[in-house]
Design a protein around this ligand. Sequence first.
Ligand code: ZN
Length: 243
Amino acid sequence: MRYLIISDIHANLPALEAVLSHAQDQGYDAVLCLGDVVGYGPYPNECTEWVRENAQVCLAGNHDWAVIGKMDVEDFNPTAAQATLWTRRELKPENRAYLEERPSVIVEEGYTLTHGSLRDPVWEYITDIWIAQQSFELLTTPLLFHGHTHIPVVFREREGGLPEILLPRGEGTFVLDGSRFLINPGSVGQPRDGDPRASYLIYDDAKLAWEYFRVDYPIPQTQEAIRQAGLPESLAQRLSFGQ
Ligand code: ZN
């Protein structure tokens, strides 16, 4: 089985479409979405509708929760809060209902899925080896796929020591070697590792390997839609820099 694993789409439809067309050429059987379908970007309904119809599962992200009122916008910076309030007004009831039903953790036979860490699945960022270690302690499967930081990163568990951190750059394949891993596919709609291209991965459970991909998409199209929607200009600018 080949899983297309995507996270942090953030209502960026051109980025999502570019990822899907690229992933189609690689081949996949199922879509797993790690949350933050909406927030920041100008296409919340289009992106939620695609996920509703095509993803086998989708986790709850903090921006999804903020948009449906499950989390306070006061926890956000002013730009994110403004985008959240705009998205609340735009989101159709059926898409809102879909986001309301999203689980915060899914445990399958070979892997676990969350948006953030296992200690605090919707909110905590796995940004360093100490937080990664705490998630390994709670993990009951060989793999955890998580998003939230918008940075493609892999943590490998080590016997009797802190986890090792691996930073995939561009494209690359990782093979399971008997260790356990925390794996972040990066962000489709708002990458933050200095590379503006959309990021995703494909996990192949027959080959016991996963592969990272980066894909160009028409950034000016999303930027223009952000301006048309009256969303903050900084949300358009940052897409050019992958920040
Ligand atoms: Zn996010």
